[in-house]
Design a protein around this ligand. Sequence first.
Ligand code: ATP
Ligand code: MG
Length: 463
Amino acid sequence: MRTSYSVLAVDDEPSIGKLLEKELSTPARAVHVAGSARQARERLRRATYEVVVLDIRLPDADGIEFMVELRQRYPDMEVILITGHGNIDNAVEAMKLGAYDYITKPFNLTELEVVVERAYQRAFLRNENRALRHAHDRGRPGVTLIGNSQVIKEVRYLIEKVAPTDVPVLITGESGAGKEVAAHAIQSLGTRADKPFIIKNCATLQKELARSELFGHVRGSFTGALESRDGLMAFANKGTLFLDEIGELPMEVQASLLRVLENKTYRRVGEKDHRSCDIRLIFATNRTLAGEVEAGRFHEALYHRINVFNIEMPPLRERKEDIPLLAEFFLARLGNGRDDLRISDRAMSCLMQYAWPGNVRELRNVLERSIILAENNLITEHALPRDLAGFAGGGGGQSGVSGVPGASGAMGEAQGPLSLEAMEREHIARILEFYDNNRSLAATALGISRKTLYRKMREYDIG
Ligand SMILES: Nc1ncnc2c1ncn2[C@@H]1O[C@H](COP(=O)(O)OP(=O)(O)OP(=O)(O)O)[C@@H](O)[C@H]1O
Ligand SMILES: [Mg+2]
């Protein structure tokens, strides 16, 4: 499950492309640019995009025809059209043919950003529902919370108890420990399993737009609010809203969220009347919210409302007995049908001894890598990253192989020394890749704050 996504902007005017790339990019939203239909096709072959912003006038194709082509080839992707004033009829026609929405030139970036975010929500929701349907078809829940340790059994017990109620749940735990997996489990075991499940990472809410994104707005309520729009509360109505990284919820909207919890009502931006809603709320955080309250960054009353039923996901190092089971699960899932993949005893003992600061996510990533390096379907300690393989050292040395090929062997190539900067850049890029582009994990692994990481990524033009 991703809470970040990619947008492809197709416009033959380089200045517009640059502007979109610069202004729409956020840590959770990558924006790439193509100057023609041909370039766009090429980019789409190489990467997955959730949303395309497409100028209706292209040098090498008819915009509408190209939109139809994209919708047919990539049905999971939403297309937003940019059109000149003279072309509005075309745009309306295009919506009938499957465009998500259109924006007229000269457009307002704020408005475009809201439309892009909504388009993504729709793409996401559709995939989500399809996944759920598949899971139902096979007659089992869509998520599996793997583990047999006492602590995970307790978590499962709590989930099963709380799922059928409408009580708000706060899931806490370290990064990669399975908070999102738990949220899915609660949703799929509850009475709202076949209703919308909306996930929003609060770290991606921008102060100025947060209110509109959550609650919607009426036309003209702020510059750029060209049309009235629903917010996430309306999308999630009757269903479940999972607010991830709740500690990052902008102060500006905390009181309004409290109102949703207490009175089940909210107001759209620019509207007087309250609307009622019926939403099951799930929250997650890897911060100590109490600390945020103390620091004055989190509303105390909201904290108490959120913290009614807390499920703490235990870190992997506290349930190491689950590692073999998890490993088996991931080998089956990531092994592409190779069902005779095995892990050697020594490699398994490395997995058991390592401290797993990145928890289950790190385990999954390590296995994904080691599957590629497996010889004769056997994953030995040599297929593990150096940090981990180190735990096998000192043993009987059956193969006598030293110097495990590690992921981080940047030096030692005979190409002359890298500059310190180049090494830093390479190291950061590698760590980001290793952690699936999860910035908070990467920052933790690098021992720097997320802010510093973002700064360095900008500096080095990474990501
Ligand atoms: N008990 C589990 N069983 C199966 N897979 C799991 C389990 N726990 C975590 N995972 C897998 O590990 C990865 C990380 O899990 P998840 O995204 O739920 O972590 P998280 O706690 O939300 O992390 P973050 O704080 O970084 O958002 C996912 O790929 C997830 O599928
Ligand atoms: Mg998460």
